[in-house]
Design a protein around this ligand. Sequence first.
Ligand SMILES: Nc1nc2c(ncn2[C@@H]2O[C@H](COP(=O)(O)OP(=O)(O)OP(=O)(O)O)[C@@H](O)[C@H]2O)c(=O)[nH]1
Ligand SMILES: [Mg+2]
Length: 290
Amino acid sequence: MKSGFVTIIGKPNVGKSTLINALVGEKVAIVSPKPQTTRNKILGILNQPDYQIIFVDTPGIHNSKNKLDDFMAKDIAEAKKSVDLIVIVLDGSKRIRQEDVDFVKRYDNRNTNVILVISKIDDTTFDKLYPQLTPFNELQFIKDIIPISVYKNKNIDVLLDKIKSYIPEGEAMYDEDIYTDKSTKFLVAELIREKMLWLLHDEIPHGVAVEIIEFKQKSKICNISADIICEKPSHKQIIIGKNGSMLKEIGTRARLDIEKLIGTKVMLNLFVKVRQDWRDDSNFVQDIMS
Ligand SMILES: Nc1nc2c(ncn2[C@@H]2O[C@H](COP(=O)(O)OP(=O)(O)OP(=O)(O)O)[C@@H](O)[C@H]2O)c(=O)[nH]1
Ligand SMILES: [Mg+2]
């Protein structure tokens, strides 16, 4: 039996959460086209008869502006401690810059194995991408460079095999029928937040938090009430939309996903509340993150 921890890191929006979901085969982390979708460390556990790999999803690395950002930075730092492998993800559909090379170089001399993954290769060409990878070929500490596409299911199996080769012998560390460390309540709140990241524009979804206030599971139906917390009355209006149309759309899309997660019908009630500067309220931030 093999078991070990693999942390996935990279800049916002490079496809870390999409990759974890593909590797684990379950939706453990929400995904969106907006940067800073993931806000905390989330474990995705892949259980097989002869191994258990615990993948650690992390928020995209960015500069701190408030307590929420500080919390995210702390979670990234923690996720890198005592792991068997670090997977650094770079977005292959974007031009690779010197700052990306410098970022990768920070992982030299850490006594942890490092694999470099180049994501979204369905959205580039061989000729465009490969010359840009030259600076990484010279970095001795990088064990492998693996170009992937989750969309086209390219090289995901190759990556998983490589990852497996760095996992040490050991007994499973988590119960073999769970695939994440997060509670169902947390996953539900995240699914609601995910719909807002897709449906709302500009800065609004980044200033939104979701708090589950009621969660009653009965045999055939689950009653869930949640508060959507935003930062300004003008944001509240947009989230509710004309005659409540936006809130209805958020609720419908979230409910369908929650029903898949829970396996019963769901009755979802959403309320929108304003709480100025919640992102600077450490206690509140701590509460919504677990
Ligand atoms: N074309 C293409 N897009 C992808 C692929 N994988 C992920 N994406 C898209 O990239 C965007 C970001 O994906 P996420 O998985 O949320 O990225 P992330 O790195 O977790 O982002 P943060 O949580 O903000 O740090 C989404 O719009 C995904 O659909 C891929 O293989 N190909
Ligand atoms: Mg993410």
